[in-house]
Design a binder for this molecule. Structure first.
Ligand SMILES: CC(C)(COP(=O)(O)OP(=O)(O)OC[C@H]1O[C@@H](n2cnc3c(N)ncnc32)[C@H](O)[C@@H]1OP(=O)(O)O)[C@@H](O)C(=O)NCCC(=O)NCCS
Length: 185
């Protein structure tokens, strides 16, 4: 059986394009040294409220940071990219990219509460599109968000995503509606 060669950051299609500048923030690879900043916002109930992920303990978070970008990045896999403040490189959030097909990706995003309301998520997602996804040949991007998540809906609509579907689901025991928004790249 053929065993794939281990992928180094320089030949991974996502990691090779990092860092990507996005004004006050930079997209960069996550690293284990981000652990305290990462745990701080991922443990914030306001940030986690509409997210599919569960709070992690330190050990799980370290494993997550170490293995944030699967290699190869196959259909169904999530890859996580860090959003860091440009002035001091401190982690303030992350973007999740799930490969949904040869040219389609689903994205998710989280920003520490103290970093919200400044246009940083918008700049980060825009840079992700132009600096990572378009050069990789991706042509379609989807976001799925809870209908109550107004900040996420505003962000996606400012980035020209348009609603394409909605579905009533039960999330954490509560009835809610999930909206799918899409954008061509
Ligand atoms: C979704 C989320 C990333 C949006 O963060 P955000 O900071 O509101 O998003 P943006 O970067 O688009 O910033 C927009 C806000 O900054 C304000 N702003 C201030 N200065 C700005 C500037 N220079 N440029 C652009 N916007 C600016 C805008 O007016 C806007 O405020 P408003 O939405 O109250 O009108 C954030 O709410 C979050 O992390 N939520 C928790 C995680 C989550 O639910 N993720 C979605 C699941 S997929």
């Amino acid at each position: 059986m053929h065993t794939p060669e281990p992928t180094t950051p320089t030949d991974h299609p996502l990691l090779a394009r990092l860092p990507v500048a996005a004004g006050a923030v930079t997209l960069r690879a996550l690293r284990t040294g981000d652990i305290d900043d990462f745990l701080a916002y991922r443990s914030d109930p306001e940030v986690a409220r509409y997210q599919g992920w569960q709070p992690m303990d330190r050990e799980a978070a370290l494993a997550f940071l170490q293995d944030a970008v699967p290699s190869p990045w196959r259909e169904g896999d999530w890859a996580q990219i860090g959003i860091a403040r440009a002035n001091d490189d401190r982690l303030v959030g992350d973007i999740g990219l799930q490969r949904e097909g040869a040219a389609q990706v689903q994205l998710g995003f989280s920003l520490a509460r103290g970093a919200q309301g400044r246009g940083w998520a918008q700049a980060a997602v825009r840079a992700c599109m132009t600096g990572l996804l378009v050069p990789l040949g991706m042509t379609r991007l989807r976001g799925i968000t809870d209908a109550r998540n107004a900040a996420s809906l505003r962000l996606l609509s400012r980035l020209d995503f348009v609603p394409t579907a909605s579905e009533d689901v039960v999330f954490r025991g509560e009835a809610c509606t999930e909206i799918t928004l899409e954008r061509r790249l």
